[in-house]
Write a protein that binds this ligand. Structure first.
Ligand code: AMP
Length: 142
């Protein structure tokens, strides 16, 4: 299974903010959409960073209440790791585990076409494992 199969099931909706927006705006998007990260876009619509709930926690620890006066660009991660729709899901899972992040924007021919989360990856792996069990059970019952 590939990243494309996850996007086919979950759709290609992408929630974004810009680096100059207040952190409180990004937090409001995370809460309203029930997601863990938003992609930060520059003025050309390219990926400038990623901002996740983990960044809020770290910033609260570092800056205390002053975190709410910050801009997204002050707290986001700038070096964003992306993937392509053709990549196998197992590889993405390994990458998320090794690099300790739970969100990966999907980029095709220079254009962002979706975001996959660790939740999407786990859901897909469970479905795959279940399909294998069902096929083996059917084979044994023949
Ligand atoms: P997460 O586990 O996705 O909440 O993110 C943990 C940390 O990794 C945060 O500092 C995020 O900004 C950062 N992060 C999340 N996704 C990515 C990514 N695809 N590439 C680089 N950093 C990321």
């Amino acid at each position: 299974m590939t990243v494309a199969s996850i996007l086919k099931n979950k759709g290609r909706e992408i929630f974004t903010v810009t680096a100059d927006e207040p952190v409180t705006t990004a937090i409001a998007v995370l809460c309203a959409k029930r997601i863990g990260a938003v992609v930060v876009l520059d003025d050309k619509g390219s990926i400038a960073g990623i901002f996740s709930e983990r960044d809020v926690i770290h910033a609260m620890n570092t800056h205390g209440k002053a975190v709410f006066d910050k801009r997204v660009g002050d707290l986001m991660t700038r070096n964003v790791v992306t993937c392509t729709p053709a990549e196998p899901i197992a590889g993405i899972m390994g990458m998320m585990t090794a690099q300790r992040f739970r969100h990966v924007p999907v980029v095709e021919e220079g254009r962002m076409i979706g975001v996959i989360s660790i939740g999407d990856v786990v859901k897909s792996r469970i479905a795959e494992a279940q399909a294998e069990v069902d096929a083996l059970r059917q084979y044994i019952a023949l």
